[in-house]
Design a binder for this molecule. Structure first.
Ligand SMILES: [Zn+2]
Length: 290
C-alpha cells in the first residue's frame, strides 16, 4: 500500500498508558517490611534442574525463590490453594505492571477474581533495571518453554520443557492424571530470566541471566497459594532452551512465617467487585460456576 501523505503525523501521535495504575490500592510495603524483619524460615523445597516441584504458602507468609549453585531461570505457576480455577494471569499482570516485574509489583489472578495473589517484597536483581538491549529480568512475556512449540520448530520431542515439568509436578501434588493436570498449567512468571524485544524485528529475545547464587525474588502470599516452580532446561537461558545442553542448576523455594500479629490490619484481597452481569440477563445458566 502507498504511504499516506500524513504518515509522519500519524506515527508522531504520542502513546498513552493503557492501564494507569494510580487508582490501584497500593500494597502496604512498610507493613510488609516490618513483618519481614522478624520472619522465620518454616519450609524449604528444592527444585532439581530440568524438573519442577509444587509448594504451598499460607496467606500472610512470605516465600523466596533462591538461586543456589549457578545461574538458573525458574518458571512459576501460582494457583489459589483451594481452587485451581483461580490462577496467575501473566497477560494482565503485564498490562498493569509492564513486561518485567520487581519490588512492589503484584501477581494478579485471572477473571473473574482479578486480585493480587502475591506481592513482590524484595528483588536482589532490582539493580539491573533496563539494559542497553532493552532487556530486564523477571518477565511476564514468555509463556514457558513447551514440547509443542519445540516439536513445531524442530520436529523433535523433548520432555523436560518447563510446561512438561510443571504438568508432572502439578499432577504429583494434586493426584490428577497428567492429561487433567496439563490444562491447569498456564503462562508463567519467568523468574530471573533476562529478556526483551528486539527493536528491529520486535522479536522476543533472551540473554544470559545476571542471577548469581544467593540472589532471590521474594513475595508475600496474598491468598493461600499452591505454587509450582520449574528449573528451566535452558539454565541461565543464555544460549538455548528445550534441550539438555545448557548447564542447569537447582532452585530453592524458601517459605518464611512472620511473627504473630506482624501483619495486623492486613487481609487477603477480595475478589473483583464486578458483578459479572456483562450487560445481559442476570440469570445464571446451570453450568455456570460461582
Ligand atoms: Zn523453560
Amino acid at each position: 500500500m502507498p504511504r499516506p501523505p500524513d504518515a509522519d503525523a500519524r506515527r508522531a501521535v504520542p502513546p498513552v498508558i493503557c492501564y494507569p495504575t494510580g487508582t490501584l490500592p497500593p500494597p502496604d510495603l512498610a507493613l510488609y517490611a516490618a513483618a519481614r524483619a522478624g520472619m522465620q524460615m518454616t519450609g524449604e523445597v528444592t527444585v532439581a534442574p530440568r524438573d519442577a516441584r509444587a509448594f504451598r504458602v499460607a496467606a500472610g507468609s512470605f516465600f523466596r525463590i533462591v538461586s543456589l549453585d549457578g545461574p538458573q531461570v525458574g518458571d512459576l505457576n501460582l494457583f489459589n490453594a483451594h481452587d485451581l480455577r483461580e490462577r496467575f494471569y501473566s497477560g494482565k499482570t503485564r498490562a498493569l505492571h509492564g513486561s518485567h516485574v520487581t519490588t512492589g509489583d503484584r501477581l494478579w489472578s485471572g477473571f473473574p477474581t482479578l486480585r493480587p495473589m502475591a506481592t513482590i517484597t524484595e528483588d536482589t536483581l532490582g539493580w539491573y533495571g533496563i539494559d542497553a538491549f532493552g532487556a530486564a529480568v523477571h518477565d511476564v512475556i514468555g509463556t514457558r518453554c513447551d514440547p509443542y512449540t519445540h516439536s513445531l520448530l524442530t520436529g523433535r520431542a523433548y520432555h523436560r520443557c518447563c510446561h512438561s515439568n510443571l504438568t508432572r509436578a502439578l499432577a504429583a501434588e494434586t493426584g490428577l492424571p497428567l492429561d487433567e493436570a496439563e490444562p491447569h498449567v498456564h503462562d508463567v512468571l519467568n523468574v530471573f530470566m533476562c529478556t526483551g524485544f528486539t527493536r528491529d524485528t520486535g522479536q522476543y529475545f533472551m540473554k544470559a541471566s545476571p542471577v548469581r547464587p544467593g540472589d532471590y525474588l521474594e513475595f508475600l502470599a496474598e491468598i493461600d497459594l499452591l505454587g509450582v516452580l520449574s528449573a528451566c532446561p535452558g539454565g541461565d537461558c543464555g544460549a538455548e532452551h528445550s534441550s539438555d545442553a545448557p548447564a542447569c542448576f537447582p532452585l530453592c523455594v524458601a517459605i518464611y512465617t512472620p511473627p504473630p500479629g506482624a501483619l495486623a490490619g492486613w487481609r487477603p484481597p477480595e475478589p473483583s467487585a464486578y458483578d459479572r452481569s456483562h450487560g445481559g440477563p442476570s440469570r445464571r445458566s446451570s453450568g455456570d460456576q460461582p
